[in-house]
Design a protein around this ligand. Structure first.
Ligand SMILES: *[C@@H]1O[C@H](CO)[C@@H](O)[C@H](O)[C@H]1NC(C)=O
Length: 361
């Protein structure tokens, strides 16, 4: 009896630390102890295949990050925690180059803006979470490709379609990356996808199966493989959210919104809680705001879906502080919100619906 219990306890403990590597001051005492911590971290994140040269070159970044996490988590009065997640051996520059990638074009942002008026704001629920209303697909992983713009845009389309049709379909970022012309693995424009491609061409289903699915995501831009006749989800228009958190709250209560933020070191190493920066408003990362809430300590937050796998943050999500004053929002979250609108039926809607029934329910 005893040995069995012991085995079970070990298994549960291993699961609990799978996404994070707990450590203490002792682990940071010397180069040797930090190297040991680094090896333990690599093991947890499945990075044992890295050769010694690569490990050596990344050790500096890991050391800096581990010390930063340790110091930060000791601070009093913080509303969030950092952790040694899978990005912990990258400098911020390297990290942003590989995992962010939103671009902003002021001219494009100004064009065809239909701003929401404060006057039309009616009663908005105090808290809202679209995940509880079947309107958000599972967290995805953009891999080492600056394609956040595609994930943010496709996420917004998936949600708009789910709310309009009652069908939560998983749609293809790979298609948008290959075919839209709105970006590549070095970054792109989510608003252009929503204003152009999602309306004119529509977005195909994503799965690792055969057509009518678009081929699976590979974290690299490939040649466009769209074929006529494939079932797609089409949008009919876009609404640009007026800047400011009041307008964003109004919009998020209607449907998930594609937003741009500035991702910094603490965002990279975020583990849990209500993120409060520090961060500027030079936006570099596109994500999806899927709701908003209030903690038991009365801290207001946005619920933000990221595309860095479920191993980052709170199962792939981050809660970001809301109502921070000014009209930009924390990290610029309230500056560039946009969402697609849907009125008409999808082309091939019966095909899409039956495919969906088979594959997603
Ligand atoms: C998250 O990462 C793990 C490990 O690399 C991988 O097996 C899994 O498929 C990823 N999840 C998603 C949603 O891509």
């Amino acid at each position: 009896m005893k040995p069995l219990v012991a085995v079970l306890v070990i298994a549960v403990a291993a699961m609990a630390v799978a996404d994070d590597v707990p450590f203490t001051d002792k682990d940071l005492e010397s180069e040797e102890s930090i190297w040991k911590l680094y090896e333990r971290w690599g093991h947890v994140h499945g990075l044992t295949s890295r050769d010694l040269a690569e490990k050596g070159s990344r050790f500096e970044a890991f050391k800096v990050n581990a010390k930063h996490v340790n110091e930060f988590n000791k601070k009093e009065g913080m509303t969030y925690e950092l952790g040694l997640n899978k990005f912990a051996d990258m400098t911020l520059e390297e990290f942003l180059a590989k995992y962010a990638g939103a671009k902003v074009d002021a001219v494009i942002l100004q064009a065809s803006v239909r701003e929401l008026e404060e006057e039309v704001i009616g009663d908005v629920p105090t808290t809202w979470d679209w995940r509880q209303h079947g309107a958000v697909t599972a967290v995805k992983d953009q891999g080492q490709c600056g394609s956040c713009w595609a994930f943010s845009a496709v996420g917004a389309v998936e949600s708009a379609n789910a709310i309009a049709t009652g069908n939560l379909l998983k749609l293809s970022e790979q298609q948008v990356l290959d075919c839209s012309g709105d970006g590549d693995c070095n970054g792109g424009w989510p608003d252009m996808v929503l204003k152009g491609y999602a309306i004119e061409q529509g977005i195909a289903l994503d799965s690792s199966g055969n057509p009518p699915y678009y081929p699976p995501y590979v974290a690299a831009k490939m040649s466009c493989r769209t074929v006529a006749g494939k079932p797609v989800v089409k949008m009919d228009g876009t609404t640009r959210v007026a800047s400011g958190e009041t307008a964003l709250k109004q919009s998020v209560s209607l449907q998930p919104v594609s937003v741009l933020i500035e991702a910094d070191t603490n965002f990279q190493l975020y583990k849990s809680g209500v993120y409060s920066g520090p961060c500027g408003t030079k936006v570099n990362h596109a994500v999806l705001a899927v709701g908003y809430g209030v903690t038991s300590n009365n801290i207001n937050y946005w619920i933000v879906k990221n595309s860095w796998n479920t191993t980052w943050g709170e199962s792939g999500y981050i809660r970001m502080k809301r109502d921070v004053g000014g009209n930009k929002g924390l990290c610029g979250i309230a500056m560039y919100g946009i969402y697609p609108t849907k009125i008409k039926q999808n082309p091939f809607s019966s095909v899409a619906a039956s495919v969906a029934d088979a594959a997603f329910y």
